[in-house]
Design a protein around this ligand. Structure first.
Ligand code: URA
Length: 236
C-alpha cells in the first residue's frame, strides 16, 4: 500500500522537521529505493520502500529498537546539560523523536544498552515485576571469595531498598566474575560487592533477557535489533 507522503513519513521517523526534510529532498540528498526522491509528496509504503538520506538508510518502521555498546563516560539519558548521553551517540539517520535508553547503566559501566521509542516495551523490560535476567562481567580490586557467591545467592541487604533477590555470581578469574541479576537497583552490583569491602573497577553488561551484546559493535556504536532479537525482548 503506497500511502504516506515522503516528507511526512521521514519527519515522523527522524529528528528532522517537515521543512528540513523538504530541504534535504530539494538538495537531492534523499533517495527512495536507490533513486533520487521525486518530491516531498511522493507516496511511500513504509513497510517495503527504502529511504536513504545522504546514502544512509533511515528506518521508517513505526518502532525502532537499537542495541548500543555503551562506552564509559556517557550517561544513560536522552539529554544532559553537562555530559554526553547515549542518545547523542546515535547516528543522525537512526535518531528519532522519543528515542530513549530502556534502562540505565552507570556512567562508567559499558556494554549492552537498548534504545527505543517503544514505551510499552521499555516498561515491560524495566518493570520491577519483570525480573528480566541481566548478565554483567565485574572486575574487582581484590580476589573473589566463596562468601561473596553465598551472599549473592542468599540476597544482600541494601538499606532502605531491602534485600536483593537471589543473584548468581560465577567466578571466571581470581578477580573477574559473571553476575546475573533479576532486578536493577541503583549501583546494585557495586553496592553488593561493597558489602564485602570490594570495589568494582570495571563493569560490563553482556546480556539481557536472552539478548546478547553484539561484540562486533565498537564502543559507542549501535545497530538495529533484528526481528528475532526484538521478539526475544517482547517475550518478556
Ligand atoms: N550495577 C551497578 O552497580 N552499575 C550498573 O551500571 C549496573 C549494575
Amino acid at each position: 500500500m503506497k500511502g504516506e507522503r515522503l516528507d511526512k513519513l521521514l519527519a515522523a521517523q527522524s529528528t528532522w522537521s517537515r521543512r528540513e526534510v523538504k530541504e534535504l529532498i530539494r538538495k537531492g540528498l534523499v533517495a527512495v529505493n536507490g533513486l533520487p526522491a521525486k518530491g516531498a509528496e511522493q507516496k511511500l509504503d513504509p513497510d517495503t520502500d527504502r529511504v536513504e538520506v545522504a546514502g544512509r538508510e533511515v528506518p521508517l518502521r513505526l518502532r525502532l529498537y537499537l542495541m548500543m555498546n555503551k562506552p564509559a563516560g556517557v550517561v544513560s539519558a536522552s539529554r544532559d546539560d553537562r555530559c554526553p548521553t547515549v542518545v547523542d551517540l546515535v547516528p543522525e539517520e537512526l535518531r528519532r523523536r522519543g528515542l530513549f535508553p530502556a534502562g540505565r547503566l552507570d556512567k562508567d559501566t559499558t556494554g549492552l544498552l537498548i534504545l527505543t521509542d517503544d514505551g510499552a516495551l521499555a516498561h515491560r523490560i524495566l518493570s520491577p515485576k519483570s525480573h528480566v535476567p541481566k548478565v554483567y562481567l565485574a572486575r574487582l580490586d581484590r580476589p573473589l571469595t566463596p562468601e561473596m557467591a553465598e551472599g549473592f545467592a542468599a540476597g544482600i541487604p541494601l538499606g532502605e531498598e531491602g534485600v536483593t533477590l537471589p543473584a548468581k555470581l560465577e567466578p571466571l578469574e581470581d578477580r573477574l566474575a559473571r553476575v546475573t541479576l533479576r532486578e536493577g537497583m541503583y549501583h546494585q552490583i557495586k553496592r553488593m560487592f561493597g558489602r564485602y569491602g570490594a570495589a568494582v573497577v570495571e563493569l560490563r553488561r553482556v546480556s539481557m533477557g536472552g539478548l546478547l551484546l553484539d561484540e562486533s559493535l565498537a564502543p559507542g556504536q549501535c545497530r538495529e535489533l533484528t526481528p528475532g532479537e526484538v521478539e526475544l525482548l517482547q517475550q518478556r
